[in-house]
Design a binder for this molecule. Sequence first.
Ligand code: UDP
Ligand code: MG
Length: 324
Amino acid sequence: MDSTGGSIMDKQRTFTGKTLSLVIPCYNEEDVLPLLTERLENLRNDIDGEVEFVFVDDGSKDKTWDLLSEYTSNKAHADAFRLSRNFGHQTAVSAGLQQTTGDLVAVIDADLQDPPEIIPDMIRKWETGFDVVYAVRKNRKENFILKFCYFLFYRLLKKMANIDVPLDSGDFSLMDKKVVDQINAMPEHNRFIRGMRGWVGFKQTGHEYERDGRAAGKPKYNFKKLLELAMDGMISFSSLPLRIAGWLGVFAALFGFIYLLIELIKMFFFQTPPGGWASTIAIIIFFGGIQLIMLGILGQYVGRIFDEVKNRPHFIISENTREK
Ligand code: UDP
Ligand code: MG
């Protein structure tokens, strides 16, 4: 590590002489890799400082690993790590973050939806004193329904989460080493990187950009995976669903009590016997349903606690090109 700048110049940090590590998770990205590496090399030439590429192959079933090991074989500035199976995007990013050696770390998708070309601008923001510069999408070139889901998700998360997750920012970001060290030190298995990044704190700012469409290949997130990611975000960072369950219980009990009172009054003062078999069944089914939903929510938390207490390693690296 380099500590250029000295104490007098500390106010204005400079990247000169420092190293930038790029973390790139790849899952079945053989189609996009040639394009990706070309754009990354261009970036490397544009940057005044060292650049290190850390590719993580998240258990790809196509030629991704072969391409990566070939590409990195004769390059001191590029390393690839192969996970023993598909662990998921967030875990792949976590694995990459642990392998970085740079003073600055950028996380970037392999599909070029995150344009590497804006990283120099992000570095300039870091130089003005920010520790995290997260990229904020100006617009998405994705289908309408997906756009709407993202829109809803980020707004819901902001309302629910106990921490500030910046609107419309994904994992694409530039982080100071001290932030990365903190994220690496977090032991949780359910890793929601953008949330953890927000939780860490320090000085954070956004950087707007146009999100491109995927350069090649198919999206690796399907609706189910996106929903799981959304659930991870909500549940790992908020206990609001549990509180909602509690409040619904209070309202239901209150409703039941008032209803009972009304029936008693009707019986004793107006001699109307309680009736209504259909309404009884409806109410039983309704509250039975609510109870099951709430049990499901509780189950989400219990399941996550179960994952945490098992305390397994977050991922397994089966091969890497660093020891070459
Ligand atoms: N990815 C991964 N593991 C997975 C799914 C995706 O490492 O299980 C990587 C993928 O190769 C890409 C990034 O995560 O670099 C984002 O995936 P994708 O572009 O499919 O997601 P989307 O753009 O739809 O959010
Ligand atoms: Mg993508």
